[in-house]
Design a protein around this ligand. Structure first.
Ligand SMILES: C[S@@+](CC[C@H](N)C(=O)[O-])C[C@H]1O[C@@H](n2cnc3c(N)ncnc32)[C@H](O)[C@@H]1O
Length: 408
């Protein structure tokens, strides 16, 4: 069966995330498609996918859709006939309401249905909110046509819930910067995939329902996840919702640790969650072995300290100086991470990359990481491997470069 994933605004990262989540499956076909400003990932698998669970697991996917087999009830003819057949069969009585990504085709379809005597309403899919508020997923009538294949949306990203977690938590630190919850989720998925066994089938989606008791589903059962630069705790909160039950939050700033704890308690109460252990530690990341036992942590997922906030007026020398200082901090911290990680423990880390004009200034640290004893685990995107992935919004001077490596 063919599944279509509409990708978020960082399509490369979204694709890497989907491939990471599916890394234990042998996907027959996987390719990215582009239409207008949207990008999609098309995958073929004979496994049944639970879209509702999957969409909660993924941070970088806007919608999931499944292919409608081309001939319904033995109908013949082109795309328009197939679309009509689908909508009529799907809504045998009452008004047919639908949306379709291709506006020209959508209006042709409306005309054809009206001519055939049906009462019909076309809803222009301006954004996911339009689809949500018109209940088009429940009505099975949000359609995407791409490469002459028709897909019906089966799940939409819970964007309201995610925005609430982003903006309504009690404490935040706008100055140090907060990781978007979507990116936190993506980073956790990227960190988890090395633990999925190839050929083992689809991993047990560790996505928690409100009121759920943390049992640590599947591969993450009882594994410790640490964020050593926790800030206001975005990664911890997303990990909690992904069913981790053993967390450590650390930061050099007392305020950050207090904020993280408040945000964690807010989340626990809001989702009525039980049985989750989170330790809150005030510590410099370069001194962590004083507070955390050696060989005890399985996963480190973190966005590091990104340096002094940029104005955009810094010159190359200033930025290079800042990167040198940051690199030294990160490598000292990584030496500590190496000690507290279990053998084969995995780190997914976001570090800064500065944009200056059309150029990028990056931290080149791969050789240093190898010297410490880490092995870079590249990200798979379609058939290519990337040592790092860049998360960047246009007009921002700062990008986040995401790396994954393990203690080898
Ligand atoms: C970019 S913020 C992390 C934001 C976090 N991901 C969030 O979403 O809230 C970086 C954090 O690193 C902390 N920090 C800076 N230097 C540190 C060090 N040497 N050890 C540990 N934490 C440090 C800062 O206090 C800050 O909270």
């Amino acid at each position: 069966m063919n599944f279509l994933f509409q990708l978020g605004h960082q399509p490369l990262i979204s694709t890497a995330e989907i491939q990471a989540v599916f890394s234990s499956l042998k996907l027959k076909n996987i390719k990215t498609l582009k239409q207008n400003s949207n990008q999609y990932l098309l995958i073929e698998t004979n496994k049944k996918l639970d879209s509702a669970k999957l969409i909660k697991q993924l941070g970088g996917t806007i919608k999931i859709a499944t292919e409608i087999p081309p001939l319904i009830k033995g109908g013949e003819g082109g795309l328009l006939t197939h679309l009509q057949e689908y909508l009529i069969t799907n809504c045998p009585t009452g008004k047919i309401e639908y949306s379709l990504n291709d506006q020209r085709l959508a209006l042709e379809l409306k005309k054809a249905l009206k001519t055939n005597g049906y009462s019909v309403r076309y809803i222009e899919p301006k954004n996911t909110a339009t689809i949500l508020y018109n209940k088009l997923v429940e009505k099975k009538s949000d359609l995407t046509v791409i490469n002459k294949q028709i897909f019906v949306t089966t799940a939409l990203q819970p964007f309201e819930e995610m925005a609430e977690r982003d903006y309504q938590r009690p404490d935040s630190d706008d100055l140090s910067g907060m990781l978007p919850p979507k990116l936190a989720k993506i980073m956790i998925n990227l960190a988890l995939s090395p633990f999925y066994q190839e050929g083992a089938g689809l991993p047990d989606m560790p996505s928690r329902q409100a009121g759920g008791v943390a049992e640590g589903a599947g591969v993450i059962k009882n594994k410790i996840l640490l964020d050593p630069f926790c800030g206001s705790g975005t990664i911890l909160n997303e990990a909690t919702l992904m069913n981790f039950n053993n967390l450590i939050a650390a930061d050099i700033s007392e305020k950050a640790v207090v904020d993280s704890e408040k945000n964690f308690l807010w989340l626990k109460e809001k989702y009525n969650l039980k049985n989750i252990g989170c330790q809150f530690i005030i510590s410099d990341a370069t001194q962590l072995t004083k507070k955390i036992k050696n060989n005890s942590v399985t996963l480190i997922v973190t966005e590091t300290y990104l340096g002094k906030p940029l104005t955009g007026r810094e010159n190359k020398n200033q930025l290079e100086k800042q990167l040198t200082e940051l690199k030294s901090l990160y490598l000292k911290a990584c030496q500590e991470f190496y000690k507290i990680l279990e053998p084969q423990g995995v780190i997914v880390i976001a570090i800064p990359k500065f944009k200056i004009g059309n150029d990028w200034l990056a931290i080149n640290w791969e050789k240093d990481l190898k010297k410490i004893g880490f092995e870079i685990m590249p990200f798979r995107v379609e058939t290519q491997n990337f040592a790092s992935l860049l998360y960047h919004r246009p007009n921002q001077h700062l990008g986040r470069e995401i790396y994954r490596f393990k203690k080898s």
